[in-house]
Design a protein around this ligand. Sequence first.
Ligand code: IFM
Length: 464
Amino acid sequence: MNPTARFAPSVAEVDFPPAFTWGVATSSYQIEGAVAEDGRTPSIWDTFCRVPGAVANGDNGDVACDHYHRMPEDVALIKSLGVDAYRFSVAWPRVQPGGRGPANPAGLAFYDRMVDELLTAGIDPWVTLYHWDLPQELEDAGGWPARDTAYRFADYSMLVFDKLQDRVDTFSTLNEPWCSAWLGYQVGVHAPGRRDHDAAISAVHHLLLGHGLATQAMRAAETRPHTYGITLNMGTADPASDSAADRDAARRADGMGTRIYLDPLRYGRYPADIVADLAQRGSAFPVQDGDLEIISTPFEVLGVNFYFGQNFAGTDEQGRTHDENGEPVVRSILPDTPRTAMDWPITPERFTQLLVRLHRDYPGLPLVITENGAAFADEVAADGTVRDDDRTEYLATHLAAVADARAQGADVRGYFAWSLLDNFEWAYGYAKRFGIVHVDYDTQQRTPKQSALWLRDTIARIRS
Ligand code: IFM
Protein backbone atom coordinates (compact mmCIF):
# COMPACT_ATOMS: atom_id res chain seq x y z
CA MET A 1 0.00 0.00 0.00
CA ASN A 2 1.16 3.49 -0.73
CA PRO A 3 1.74 4.98 2.74
CA THR A 4 0.75 8.43 1.54
CA ALA A 5 -2.59 7.36 0.04
CA ARG A 6 -4.58 8.36 3.14
CA PHE A 7 -3.71 12.01 2.60
CA ALA A 8 -4.01 12.21 -1.15
CA PRO A 9 -7.65 13.19 -1.72
CA SER A 10 -7.64 16.46 0.19
CA VAL A 11 -5.37 18.27 -2.21
CA ALA A 12 -5.40 16.14 -5.32
CA GLU A 13 -7.71 18.29 -7.40
CA VAL A 14 -7.21 21.73 -5.99
CA ASP A 15 -6.23 24.67 -8.08
CA PHE A 16 -2.55 25.47 -7.75
CA PRO A 17 -1.43 26.94 -11.07
CA PRO A 18 1.85 25.92 -12.72
CA ALA A 19 3.53 29.16 -11.63
CA PHE A 20 2.72 28.51 -7.96
CA THR A 21 6.03 28.28 -6.05
CA TRP A 22 6.62 25.18 -3.95
CA GLY A 23 9.42 25.33 -1.44
CA VAL A 24 10.96 24.39 1.88
CA ALA A 25 12.39 26.77 4.47
CA THR A 26 15.06 26.97 7.16
CA SER A 27 17.02 29.65 9.00
CA SER A 28 20.71 30.17 9.66
CA TYR A 29 21.05 29.77 13.43
CA GLN A 30 18.62 26.87 13.50
CA ILE A 31 20.65 24.66 11.16
CA GLU A 32 24.12 25.98 10.33
CA GLY A 33 26.26 25.29 13.40
CA ALA A 34 29.91 26.35 12.86
CA VAL A 35 29.29 29.35 15.08
CA ALA A 36 32.94 30.27 15.48
CA GLU A 37 34.21 29.40 12.01
CA ASP A 38 35.52 31.57 9.22
CA GLY A 39 35.24 34.76 11.21
CA ARG A 40 31.67 34.51 12.50
CA THR A 41 31.17 36.33 15.80
CA PRO A 42 28.43 35.67 18.41
CA SER A 43 24.86 36.66 17.84
CA ILE A 44 22.31 37.39 20.54
CA TRP A 45 21.22 33.76 20.31
CA ASP A 46 24.73 32.46 21.06
CA THR A 47 24.65 34.62 24.17
CA PHE A 48 21.08 33.80 25.16
CA CYS A 49 21.72 30.05 24.92
CA ARG A 50 24.34 30.47 27.67
CA VAL A 51 21.84 31.99 30.09
CA PRO A 52 20.94 29.23 32.57
CA GLY A 53 17.35 28.13 32.03
CA ALA A 54 16.81 30.17 28.87
CA VAL A 55 16.75 27.22 26.47
CA ALA A 56 15.37 23.75 27.16
CA ASN A 57 18.02 21.22 28.06
CA GLY A 58 20.71 23.91 27.83
CA ASP A 59 20.75 23.40 24.06
CA ASN A 60 22.45 25.79 21.65
CA GLY A 61 23.16 26.23 17.95
CA ASP A 62 26.88 25.44 18.10
CA VAL A 63 26.49 22.39 15.86
CA ALA A 64 22.75 22.24 15.07
CA CYS A 65 22.35 20.31 11.78
CA ASP A 66 25.96 21.02 10.80
CA HIS A 67 24.53 22.48 7.61
CA TYR A 68 27.56 24.75 7.21
CA HIS A 69 29.63 21.67 6.43
CA ARG A 70 26.90 19.63 4.75
CA MET A 71 25.37 22.24 2.49
CA PRO A 72 25.86 20.38 -0.84
CA GLU A 73 24.29 17.22 0.63
CA ASP A 74 21.36 19.29 1.89
CA VAL A 75 20.87 20.97 -1.47
CA ALA A 76 20.74 17.50 -3.07
CA LEU A 77 18.10 16.58 -0.49
CA ILE A 78 16.04 19.64 -1.40
CA LYS A 79 16.31 18.73 -5.07
CA SER A 80 15.07 15.21 -4.32
CA LEU A 81 11.83 16.71 -2.97
CA GLY A 82 10.98 18.25 -6.32
CA VAL A 83 10.42 21.75 -4.94
CA ASP A 84 11.05 24.94 -6.89
CA ALA A 85 12.60 27.09 -4.19
CA TYR A 86 14.56 27.11 -0.96
CA ARG A 87 14.05 29.85 1.61
CA PHE A 88 17.09 30.29 3.85
CA SER A 89 18.45 33.12 5.95
CA VAL A 90 21.85 34.75 6.03
CA ALA A 91 23.65 34.99 9.37
CA TRP A 92 24.49 38.65 9.92
CA PRO A 93 27.49 37.91 12.23
CA ARG A 94 28.95 35.59 9.59
CA VAL A 95 28.82 38.21 6.87
CA GLN A 96 29.58 41.29 8.96
CA PRO A 97 31.16 40.22 12.24
CA GLY A 98 30.23 42.61 15.00
CA GLY A 99 27.53 44.19 12.86
CA ARG A 100 29.61 47.06 11.45
CA GLY A 101 32.24 47.64 8.82
CA PRO A 102 33.23 45.69 5.74
CA ALA A 103 32.05 42.25 4.71
CA ASN A 104 33.82 39.15 5.91
CA PRO A 105 34.72 37.44 2.61
CA ALA A 106 34.80 33.95 4.11
CA GLY A 107 31.30 34.37 5.55
CA LEU A 108 29.84 35.72 2.35
CA ALA A 109 31.54 32.95 0.40
CA PHE A 110 29.38 30.34 2.12
CA TYR A 111 26.18 31.90 0.80
CA ASP A 112 27.80 32.53 -2.56
CA ARG A 113 28.57 28.81 -2.85
CA MET A 114 25.10 27.87 -1.67
CA VAL A 115 23.41 30.06 -4.28
CA ASP A 116 25.54 28.47 -6.99
CA GLU A 117 24.79 25.00 -5.68
CA LEU A 118 21.05 25.73 -5.62
CA LEU A 119 21.00 27.22 -9.09
CA THR A 120 22.92 24.26 -10.46
CA ALA A 121 20.27 22.02 -8.90
CA GLY A 122 17.51 24.07 -10.52
CA ILE A 123 16.29 25.51 -7.20
CA ASP A 124 15.39 29.17 -6.80
CA PRO A 125 17.16 30.73 -3.77
CA TRP A 126 14.91 32.92 -1.59
CA VAL A 127 17.11 34.96 0.73
CA THR A 128 15.93 36.20 4.12
CA LEU A 129 18.31 38.82 5.47
CA TYR A 130 17.37 38.61 9.14
CA HIS A 131 16.03 35.62 11.00
CA TRP A 132 16.93 36.77 14.51
CA ASP A 133 20.73 36.44 14.70
CA LEU A 134 21.60 40.03 15.60
CA PRO A 135 25.35 40.52 16.19
CA GLN A 136 25.87 40.69 19.95
CA GLU A 137 27.84 43.94 19.65
CA LEU A 138 24.75 45.64 18.24
CA GLU A 139 22.66 44.41 21.13
CA ASP A 140 25.32 45.75 23.48
CA ALA A 141 24.92 49.11 21.74
CA GLY A 142 21.15 49.06 22.39
CA GLY A 143 19.78 46.40 20.04
CA TRP A 144 16.58 46.95 18.06
CA PRO A 145 15.24 49.51 20.55
CA ALA A 146 18.11 51.75 19.37
CA ARG A 147 17.47 53.66 16.15
CA ASP A 148 20.99 53.11 14.85
CA THR A 149 20.35 49.37 14.49
CA ALA A 150 17.97 50.09 11.60
CA TYR A 151 20.80 51.82 9.73
CA ARG A 152 23.24 49.04 10.58
CA PHE A 153 20.74 46.54 9.14
CA ALA A 154 20.47 48.46 5.87
CA ASP A 155 24.28 48.55 5.57
CA TYR A 156 24.56 44.83 6.24
CA SER A 157 21.77 44.07 3.77
CA MET A 158 23.73 45.83 1.05
CA LEU A 159 26.78 43.64 1.69
CA VAL A 160 24.64 40.59 1.00
CA PHE A 161 22.78 42.21 -1.87
CA ASP A 162 25.94 43.33 -3.66
CA LYS A 163 27.28 39.80 -3.56
CA LEU A 164 24.15 37.90 -4.53
CA GLN A 165 21.90 40.19 -6.52
CA ASP A 166 23.22 38.94 -9.85
CA ARG A 167 21.83 35.43 -9.13
CA VAL A 168 19.15 35.82 -6.46
CA ASP A 169 15.74 37.16 -7.50
CA THR A 170 13.94 37.33 -4.15
CA PHE A 171 15.15 39.17 -1.06
CA SER A 172 13.09 39.30 2.11
CA THR A 173 14.23 41.69 4.82
CA LEU A 174 12.90 40.40 8.15
CA ASN A 175 11.43 37.19 9.42
CA GLU A 176 8.68 37.70 12.01
CA PRO A 177 9.52 41.08 13.55
CA TRP A 178 6.80 40.37 16.15
CA CYS A 179 9.03 37.65 17.58
CA SER A 180 12.13 39.86 17.55
CA ALA A 181 10.33 42.74 19.26
CA TRP A 182 7.76 41.06 21.47
CA LEU A 183 9.34 37.77 22.49
CA GLY A 184 12.82 39.32 22.59
CA TYR A 185 12.19 42.62 24.39
CA GLN A 186 8.78 42.36 26.10
CA VAL A 187 8.28 38.74 27.13
CA GLY A 188 11.96 37.84 27.28
CA VAL A 189 11.63 34.24 26.13
CA HIS A 190 13.71 34.89 23.01
CA ALA A 191 17.09 36.55 22.71
CA PRO A 192 18.11 39.00 24.02
CA GLY A 193 15.71 38.13 26.86
CA ARG A 194 14.76 41.64 27.93
CA ARG A 195 11.44 42.53 29.60
CA ASP A 196 10.77 46.15 28.88
CA HIS A 197 7.55 47.25 27.21
CA ASP A 198 8.84 50.56 25.85
CA ALA A 199 11.93 48.83 24.47
CA ALA A 200 9.65 46.40 22.63
CA ILE A 201 7.61 49.23 21.12
CA SER A 202 10.80 50.97 19.98
CA ALA A 203 12.06 47.67 18.56
CA VAL A 204 8.90 47.33 16.44
CA HIS A 205 9.49 50.74 14.92
CA HIS A 206 13.19 50.26 14.27
CA LEU A 207 12.69 46.82 12.74
CA LEU A 208 10.16 48.33 10.34
CA LEU A 209 12.47 51.27 9.67
CA GLY A 210 15.32 48.85 8.95
CA HIS A 211 13.08 46.98 6.51
CA GLY A 212 12.24 50.20 4.67
CA LEU A 213 15.81 51.47 4.59
CA ALA A 214 17.14 48.15 3.33
CA THR A 215 14.43 47.83 0.69
CA GLN A 216 15.13 51.34 -0.60
CA ALA A 217 18.89 50.77 -0.65
CA MET A 218 18.64 47.46 -2.47
CA ARG A 219 16.22 48.78 -5.05
CA ALA A 220 18.43 51.81 -5.67
CA ALA A 221 21.45 49.57 -6.29
CA GLU A 222 19.85 46.84 -8.35
CA THR A 223 21.26 46.02 -11.74
CA ARG A 224 18.11 44.11 -12.71
CA PRO A 225 14.60 43.87 -11.21
CA HIS A 226 14.14 41.90 -8.00
CA THR A 227 11.28 40.83 -5.78
CA TYR A 228 11.45 42.41 -2.31
CA GLY A 229 9.41 41.40 0.68
CA ILE A 230 9.04 40.93 4.39
CA THR A 231 7.67 37.96 6.32
CA LEU A 232 5.22 38.33 9.20
CA ASN A 233 3.89 35.64 11.51
CA MET A 234 0.17 35.98 11.75
CA GLY A 235 -2.73 34.08 13.16
CA THR A 236 -6.31 35.05 13.75
CA ALA A 237 -7.63 36.90 16.79
CA ASP A 238 -11.31 36.18 17.30
CA PRO A 239 -13.27 37.30 20.37
CA ALA A 240 -13.93 34.42 22.77
CA SER A 241 -17.52 35.66 23.07
CA ASP A 242 -19.60 38.55 21.85
CA SER A 243 -19.04 40.51 25.06
CA ALA A 244 -17.61 44.01 24.75
CA ALA A 245 -14.59 43.02 26.83
CA ASP A 246 -13.78 40.02 24.61
CA ARG A 247 -14.25 42.01 21.43
CA ASP A 248 -11.91 44.68 22.77
CA ALA A 249 -9.31 42.06 23.72
CA ALA A 250 -9.45 40.64 20.19
CA ARG A 251 -9.03 44.13 18.77
CA ARG A 252 -5.94 44.71 20.91
CA ALA A 253 -4.45 41.32 20.04
CA ASP A 254 -5.01 41.85 16.33
CA GLY A 255 -3.65 45.38 16.58
CA MET A 256 -0.47 44.38 18.37
CA GLY A 257 0.03 41.19 16.38
CA THR A 258 -0.83 42.18 12.84
CA ARG A 259 -1.96 45.75 12.24
CA ILE A 260 1.02 47.54 13.86
CA TYR A 261 3.14 45.88 11.18
CA LEU A 262 0.93 45.86 8.12
CA ASP A 263 -0.68 49.29 8.51
CA PRO A 264 2.62 51.20 8.48
CA LEU A 265 4.04 48.91 5.79
CA ARG A 266 1.07 49.36 3.48
CA TYR A 267 -0.54 52.60 4.51
CA GLY A 268 2.27 54.57 6.16
CA ARG A 269 0.52 54.95 9.53
CA TYR A 270 0.23 53.11 12.81
CA PRO A 271 -3.33 52.08 13.70
CA ALA A 272 -4.99 54.93 15.61
CA ASP A 273 -6.63 52.66 18.19
CA ILE A 274 -3.29 51.09 19.17
CA VAL A 275 -1.55 54.46 19.24
CA ALA A 276 -4.29 55.57 21.67
CA ASP A 277 -3.92 52.40 23.77
CA LEU A 278 -0.16 52.99 24.01
CA ALA A 279 -0.63 56.65 24.88
CA GLN A 280 -2.83 55.58 27.80
CA ARG A 281 0.13 53.81 29.31
CA GLY A 282 2.53 56.61 28.41
CA SER A 283 4.14 54.77 25.52
CA ALA A 284 4.60 55.64 21.83
CA PHE A 285 6.35 54.49 18.69
CA PRO A 286 9.49 56.65 18.36
CA VAL A 287 8.53 58.02 14.94
CA GLN A 288 10.72 60.73 13.40
CA ASP A 289 9.89 62.85 10.36
CA GLY A 290 9.99 60.79 7.19
CA ASP A 291 10.07 57.39 8.93
CA LEU A 292 6.62 56.30 7.82
CA GLU A 293 7.40 57.17 4.20
CA ILE A 294 10.46 54.94 4.44
CA ILE A 295 8.56 52.13 6.15
CA SER A 296 5.81 52.21 3.52
CA THR A 297 8.27 51.84 0.65
CA PRO A 298 6.50 49.56 -1.84
CA PHE A 299 7.45 45.90 -1.88
CA GLU A 300 6.33 43.01 -4.04
CA VAL A 301 5.45 40.12 -1.76
CA LEU A 302 4.22 39.56 1.77
CA GLY A 303 5.53 36.40 3.38
CA VAL A 304 2.93 34.79 5.63
CA ASN A 305 3.97 32.41 8.39
CA PHE A 306 0.93 30.63 9.80
CA TYR A 307 0.76 28.04 12.56
CA PHE A 308 -2.57 28.51 14.39
CA GLY A 309 -5.41 30.87 15.22
CA GLN A 310 -6.50 32.07 18.65
CA ASN A 311 -9.48 33.49 20.52
CA PHE A 312 -9.12 36.29 23.04
CA ALA A 313 -10.95 37.15 26.23
CA GLY A 314 -10.93 40.50 28.00
CA THR A 315 -11.22 38.96 31.46
CA ASP A 316 -8.97 36.69 33.48
CA GLU A 317 -10.10 33.42 35.04
CA GLN A 318 -11.52 35.37 37.99
CA GLY A 319 -13.50 37.68 35.71
CA ARG A 320 -11.23 40.70 36.25
CA THR A 321 -10.80 43.07 33.29
CA HIS A 322 -7.44 44.52 34.42
CA ASP A 323 -4.22 42.95 35.66
CA GLU A 324 -2.20 43.90 38.73
CA ASN A 325 -0.50 46.72 36.76
CA GLY A 326 -3.83 48.18 35.73
CA GLU A 327 -3.46 46.99 32.13
CA PRO A 328 -6.49 45.56 30.27
CA VAL A 329 -6.54 41.77 30.21
CA VAL A 330 -5.89 40.20 26.79
CA ARG A 331 -6.11 36.47 27.45
CA SER A 332 -5.51 33.92 24.75
CA ILE A 333 -7.99 31.05 24.75
CA LEU A 334 -6.88 28.38 22.34
CA PRO A 335 -9.54 26.80 20.14
CA ASP A 336 -10.68 23.41 21.36
CA THR A 337 -9.03 21.29 18.68
CA PRO A 338 -6.27 18.66 18.62
CA ARG A 339 -2.82 20.11 19.39
CA THR A 340 0.69 19.71 18.01
CA ALA A 341 3.74 18.93 20.15
CA MET A 342 4.06 22.68 20.73
CA ASP A 343 0.58 22.54 22.29
CA TRP A 344 -0.58 24.70 19.40
CA PRO A 345 -4.15 24.05 18.23
CA ILE A 346 -4.62 22.71 14.72
CA THR A 347 -6.85 25.25 12.98
CA PRO A 348 -6.64 25.03 9.17
CA GLU A 349 -9.91 26.93 8.71
CA ARG A 350 -8.31 29.91 10.46
CA PHE A 351 -5.58 29.80 7.84
CA THR A 352 -8.19 30.39 5.14
CA GLN A 353 -9.74 33.09 7.32
CA LEU A 354 -6.40 34.88 7.69
CA LEU A 355 -5.56 34.78 3.98
CA VAL A 356 -8.97 36.03 2.93
CA ARG A 357 -8.75 38.81 5.53
CA LEU A 358 -5.29 39.89 4.28
CA HIS A 359 -6.69 39.99 0.76
CA ARG A 360 -9.61 42.13 1.98
CA ASP A 361 -7.75 44.55 4.28
CA TYR A 362 -4.48 44.85 2.36
CA PRO A 363 -5.51 44.38 -1.27
CA GLY A 364 -3.05 44.29 -4.11
CA LEU A 365 -0.35 42.57 -2.08
CA PRO A 366 0.69 39.16 -3.40
CA LEU A 367 1.03 36.60 -0.61
CA VAL A 368 3.42 33.69 -0.28
CA ILE A 369 3.22 31.22 2.58
CA THR A 370 6.82 31.38 3.75
CA GLU A 371 6.28 29.02 6.70
CA ASN A 372 3.67 26.46 7.66
CA GLY A 373 4.22 23.18 9.45
CA ALA A 374 4.04 21.40 12.76
CA ALA A 375 6.11 19.74 15.46
CA PHE A 376 5.14 16.27 16.53
CA ALA A 377 6.89 13.61 18.59
CA ASP A 378 8.15 11.53 15.70
CA GLU A 379 9.18 7.94 16.10
CA VAL A 380 11.81 6.30 13.96
CA ALA A 381 10.59 2.80 13.09
CA ALA A 382 12.82 -0.26 13.23
CA ASP A 383 13.25 -0.07 9.46
CA GLY A 384 14.47 3.53 9.79
CA THR A 385 11.37 5.20 8.34
CA VAL A 386 9.43 7.97 10.04
CA ARG A 387 5.71 7.61 9.50
CA ASP A 388 4.55 11.06 10.62
CA ASP A 389 0.82 10.78 9.92
CA ASP A 390 0.04 13.81 12.09
CA ARG A 391 2.40 16.13 10.25
CA THR A 392 1.34 14.79 6.86
CA GLU A 393 -2.28 15.44 7.74
CA TYR A 394 -1.39 18.91 9.03
CA LEU A 395 0.26 19.77 5.71
CA ALA A 396 -2.62 18.29 3.69
CA THR A 397 -5.32 20.18 5.56
CA HIS A 398 -3.37 23.44 5.51
CA LEU A 399 -2.68 23.18 1.80
CA ALA A 400 -6.40 22.61 1.29
CA ALA A 401 -6.96 25.76 3.38
CA VAL A 402 -4.67 27.70 1.05
CA ALA A 403 -6.62 26.36 -1.92
CA ASP A 404 -9.86 27.50 -0.26
CA ALA A 405 -8.44 30.98 0.26
CA ARG A 406 -7.31 31.13 -3.35
CA ALA A 407 -10.79 30.11 -4.44
CA GLN A 408 -12.12 33.05 -2.40
CA GLY A 409 -9.82 35.44 -4.20
CA ALA A 410 -6.72 35.55 -1.98
CA ASP A 411 -3.66 36.07 -4.17
CA VAL A 412 -1.47 33.32 -2.71
CA ARG A 413 1.41 32.52 -5.01
CA GLY A 414 3.53 30.01 -3.13
CA TYR A 415 3.89 27.66 -0.20
CA PHE A 416 7.06 26.85 1.77
CA ALA A 417 6.90 24.04 4.30
CA TRP A 418 8.52 24.69 7.66
CA SER A 419 10.91 23.10 7.93
CA LEU A 420 13.22 21.19 5.64
CA LEU A 421 15.08 19.69 8.61
CA ASP A 422 14.46 19.04 12.26
CA ASN A 423 16.41 21.88 13.86
CA PHE A 424 17.10 24.14 16.84
CA GLU A 425 13.64 25.32 17.87
CA TRP A 426 14.78 28.39 19.82
CA ALA A 427 13.81 28.27 23.51
CA TYR A 428 12.63 24.67 23.02
CA GLY A 429 16.07 23.58 21.85
CA TYR A 430 16.10 20.31 19.91
CA ALA A 431 13.13 18.88 21.77
CA LYS A 432 10.60 19.93 19.14
CA ARG A 433 10.92 18.52 15.64
CA PHE A 434 9.40 20.56 12.81
CA GLY A 435 11.32 18.90 9.98
CA ILE A 436 9.84 17.01 7.08
CA VAL A 437 13.28 15.41 7.10
CA HIS A 438 14.40 13.70 10.30
CA VAL A 439 17.84 14.57 11.66
CA ASP A 440 19.70 12.18 13.92
CA TYR A 441 21.72 14.69 15.92
CA ASP A 442 24.31 12.06 16.91
CA THR A 443 25.16 11.00 13.38
CA GLN A 444 23.72 13.96 11.40
CA GLN A 445 21.98 11.45 9.19
CA ARG A 446 19.01 12.90 7.30
CA THR A 447 15.94 10.73 6.64
CA PRO A 448 12.98 12.10 4.70
CA LYS A 449 9.85 11.49 6.73
CA GLN A 450 6.58 10.34 5.19
CA SER A 451 5.50 14.02 5.11
CA ALA A 452 8.45 14.88 2.85
CA LEU A 453 7.57 12.06 0.46
CA TRP A 454 3.93 13.11 0.57
CA LEU A 455 4.85 16.70 -0.28
CA ARG A 456 7.06 15.51 -3.12
CA ASP A 457 4.29 13.30 -4.51
CA THR A 458 1.65 15.98 -4.03
CA ILE A 459 3.63 18.58 -5.95
CA ALA A 460 4.22 16.06 -8.72
CA ARG A 461 0.53 15.11 -8.83
CA ILE A 462 -0.67 18.70 -8.89
CA ARG A 463 1.71 19.41 -11.74
CA SER A 464 0.97 16.26 -13.71
O1 IFM B 1 11.13 27.62 14.07
C1 IFM B 1 10.35 28.77 13.97
C2 IFM B 1 10.92 29.71 12.93
O2 IFM B 1 12.23 30.05 13.21
C3 IFM B 1 10.11 30.97 12.88
N1 IFM B 1 8.72 30.69 12.71
C4 IFM B 1 8.12 29.72 13.60
C5 IFM B 1 8.94 28.44 13.60
C6 IFM B 1 8.30 27.40 14.54
O3 IFM B 1 8.24 27.90 15.83
